[in-house]
Every structure is written in structure tokens, then in C-alpha cells.
Design a protein around this ligand. Structure first.
Ligand code: ADP
Ligand code: MG
Length: 424
């Protein structure tokens, strides 16, 4: 019996909680229909491998996925689960079919009565509510055969079933809530690291914007104070001023695009443009350090979270710039390795790293920059690249410089998608 029970629990936890979370972790967006499919599989497996309490009493935990799926998903998924449970059970025939219909109907009513409120509750209250629902559902399961066939079961079966049911519901809600909390915290973490970078870059940005402002101010003063300026000269001053304004505007707008948090899922975007945007964000800092930037990027597309990819590029570029306090050369290269693989190389001619340093790269809070570093940048880079299904490697020599190489799967757009993009 314990074996059967554990098997049922394994189906439920596996398909309703771990598998979706695992896929999300791998950067695969789990669509609603896929979640529904997973729950249906769990229901069918539970019915197929029931729990034998003794020779003549058999039960299963199919109501657990129905409850959880209905509570979190609402009426439409609930209807699908109920139909699957009843439909699949009808294949086996016997008196149990009618009982199943009645139980499923009553359970569904219970779920519909509370699902809206359930989703508004805090995790702790959800757990309490689900225990109450487990008790009510146990009563339903044992009263239904009595109403239909005058059939009663001994109290120890009631208790055994009720206990298992409530425990399973409790475990599942607990897992779902904890995993949600965990992924929420992780998102928060990524955001706060980004805010750290944003604030560190603020000084260089304002410096870079002040330069064009000084130029424009000078030009305007000249225009005011020299009335007999030739039309040609006037025109030249105005053109320079407008160019400088454009430059300042570009710096600010790229910085703000980077700083602005957005909530977005994976999408297809131009990787090379995203790298260029990251370079623009760091350029003011690079200018302050007299760093020359060289790019050689082939156009390529990625299917990933655009914001995170940019965060990655900014972090790597910022590190490279910081490795060259006395100037140097920063090179970006993107090459096509084969049909689906893109290689992005970011090289600097900076201080470089020794073996012992390279081993620790990507570990949280590892930084050689004292209070100017957080030691979180590379850890995030590693995580993001991994979640995109890519790899990252480092070559470095002390005093010579470092190269970070990222390999990513690129997507090729279908004709249809390409058309939509140009329309947009
Ligand atoms: P932080 O930049 O806040 O120190 P990171 O996680 O971005 O944290 O980097 C960790 C450490 O890795 C840095 O402190 C530095 O010692 C080393 N590092 C990263 N990139 C480079 C690079 N391009 N050249 C030399 N050292 C680097
Ligand atoms: Mg860093």
C-alpha cells in the first residue's frame, strides 16, 4: 500500500510541480495548455495505478490534481480534468463509474465555490483552506457511495483515505507556493543586481552628458555675443549643437532602456543589436578610461529573454572596461560557427587573471574590486547563459587581457515572422 501511495504521490508531484518548474528553470516557457496536459497525465496515471488499501478497497489520488489544477487554473481547466477523470474511469466500467461522476461533480462544485478566493490568499491561508477542502472531499468520497448504493465503509478506511488526501494536497500546495516564492526571489535578485550596475554607471552617464551640454552652451553664447557672425558660421554652430544634442539624447535613452525594468518572456530578437545597445550603455565609462572599442558582429537572432541577455552583455562589458583602468582595446566579435550556433567573443587588453582567480569566477560575492565590486555580475552572466542553453568559457593571461567566449543557439526566423517584424 505504501508503495502504491508513494507512486501516486510521485506522479502528482512530478507532473504537477517539478516538471513545469524544471522546464521553466531551463528557460522553456510552460504554456497553459502544457500545464493542463501534465495535470491530465497525472490524473490518468493515478487512476491506472490505484492504491490497494486491502483486497476489496481500492482508491486513488486523482482528486488531488483535480483540486490543485482547478484551484490554481479556474473553471476551464477544471472542466477538462473532470471530463478526463470521468471519461477515463468510464473505460473501466462497473458501479465505480457512477460514483466517480457524483464525486467529481461534488468536488468540482466545491472547487468552483472557493477558487477565486483561494488565489487571493497568502500561502499560509491557502494551506489551511486546502486542508478544509481535503476534509470536505473525504466526506464527499464516502457519502457518495452511501447515497447511491447504501454502501458504507469502515471508519479506518475513512481515516486512511482522508489522511492521505489531505497530506497530498498540503504537500503539493506547499511545494507550488515555495517554488513560486523561490523563482520570485530569484527574479528580485536579478533586478537588484541590475540596479546596482545602473547606479554605478550613473556617474559616467552624467559626465558624458555634461560634455555635449558644455559644447552647446559655448556655441549659444557665441551666437548671442557675436552679432556679425557670417551665416555660414552660424549654420555650422547650429549643426554642431544639434549633433551634440542627438548624442546626449542617445546616451540617455540607451541608459534608460537598460535601467527600465520590464517583465517579458522569451522572444525572438536581434542579438547583434542588443550587443550594440549594451556597448552604448558602457561607452561613457569606456570613454572615461580612454578605451578604444572595436566591433565585428554578424547579424544573428536569438530566442530568449532580451532584457536578461542585455544584462549579461552589460555585465561582461563593464568588467572588461574595469579591467583596463589605464586604457586599452575592447573587441566584440560575433561569428557563425555552424547553422545554428553563434559564438560571441568579448576581449579586453586589461589586467587579466591568474589560474586561481579563474577557478572562482561565477561564484557569488567573489570580487577583486573591494567596495566598488559586488561579485554578483558574473554569477548572473553564467546563470543567464545557462538558462539560454548556451555555454561560456574564459581565456585569460595576467597582464595581457581576457576573452570571454559565449556559444549560443541562434534562431532563424521563418518568412512569416520576418515579414511581421518588418511591419512592426
Ligand atoms: P565585480 O565586477 O563586482 O567584481 P563580477 O562577478 O562581475 O564582480 O566579477 C568577479 C571578478 O572577476 C572581478 O572582481 C574580477 O576580479 C574578475 N574579472 C571579471 N571579468 C574580468 C576581466 N574581463 N578581466 C579581469 N578580471 C575579470
Ligand atoms: Mg562586474
Amino acid at each position: 500500500m505504501v508503495k502504491d501511495l508513494l507512486l501516486n504521490l510521485l506522479f502528482i508531484i512530478g507532473f504537477c510541480s517539478f516538471l513545469p518548474m524544471f522546464l521553466e528553470q531551463k528557460g522553456i516557457k510552460v504554456k497553459k495548455w502544457l500545464t493542463i496536459l501534465f495535470f491530465c497525465i497525472a490524473i490518468i496515471l493515478c487512476i491506472t495505478f490505484p492504491i490497494h488499501l486491502n483486497d476489496d478497497f481500492v482508491f486513488d489520488l486523482r482528486s488531488v490534481p483535480i483540486f490543485i489544477g482547478g484551484l490554481y487554473g479556474g473553471p476551464v481547466p477544471l472542466l477538462i480534468y473532470s471530463l478526463i477523470a470521468v471519461g477515463f474511469r468510464l473505460l473501466f466500467g462497473g458501479d465505480g463509474s457512477i460514483t466517480t461522476i457524483m464525486i467529481t461533480l461534488l468536488n468540482s462544485m466545491l472547487i468552483l465555490a472557493v477558487y477565486k478566493r483561494f488565489n487571493l490568499l497568502a500561502a499560509k491561508d491557502k494551506l489551511k483552506l486546502v486542508v478544509v477542502l481535503g476534509i470536505l472531499s473525504t466526506i464527499v468520497v464516502f457519502v457518495s457511495p452511501y447515497i447511491l448504493f447504501g454502501f458504507t465503509l469502515q471508519p479506518d478506511y475513512w481515516i486512511g483515505f482522508g489522511f492521505t488526501m489531505i497530506l497530498s494536497l498540503f504537500i503539493l500546495v506547499y511545494l507550488i507556493e515555495s517554488l513560486q516564492e523561490f523563482s520570485f526571489l530569484r527574479e528580485q535578485f536579478i533586478r537588484s543586481e541590475k540596479m546596482e550596475v545602473v547606479s554605478q554607471l550613473a556617474a559616467s552617464i552624467s559626465h558624458e552628458v555634461r560634455n555635449p551640454m558644455t559644447t552647446i552652451k559655448g556655441m549659444l553664447q557665441m551666437l548671442r555675443e557675436t552679432p556679425d557672425l557670417s551665416a555660414d558660421k552660424k549654420n555650422q554652430f547650429i549643426t554642431i549643437s544639434l549633433d551634440e544634442l542627438d548624442r546626449a539624447e542617445k546616451i540617455i535613452s540607451d541608459y534608460l532602456t537598460y535601467a527600465k525594468p520590464t517583465v517579458q518572456a522569451a522572444q525572438i530578437f536581434d542579438g547583434h543589436l542588443e550587443i550594440e545597445r549594451a556597448i552604448n550603455v558602457i561607452k561613457p565609462l569606456a570613454n572615461m578610461n580612454c578605451i578604444e572599442i572595436e566591433t565585428d558582429l554578424i547579424p544573428f537572432q536569438l530566442n530568449a529573454n532580451q532584457e536578461k541577455f542585455q544584462q549579461c552583455m552589460v555585465n561582461l562589458t563593464k568588467n572588461a572596461v574595469e579591467a583596463m583602468p589605464n586604457g586599452g582595446k575592447l573587441t566584440f566579435q560575433a561569428i557563425q560557427v555552424n547553422d545554428s550556433l553563434i559564438e560571441v567573443k568579448i576581449s579586453d587588453t586589461g589586467v587579466g587573471m591568474g589560474q586561481d582567480q579563474m577557478i572562482r569566477l561565477g561564484m557569488p560575492y567573489y570580487s577583486t574590486k573591494g567596495k566598488n565590486g559586488t561579485g554578483l555580475g558574473l554569477m548572473l552572466v553564467y546563470r543567464i547563459i545557462e538558462s539560454m542553453g548556451g555555454t561560456i568559457s574564459v581565456q585569460s593571461k595576467l597582464g595581457k587581457g581576457s576573452t570571454f567566449t559565449i556559444k549560443l543557439n541562434s534562431t532563424t526566423l521563418t518568412k512569416e515572422q520576418e515579414k511581421n517584424r518588418t511591419v512592426n
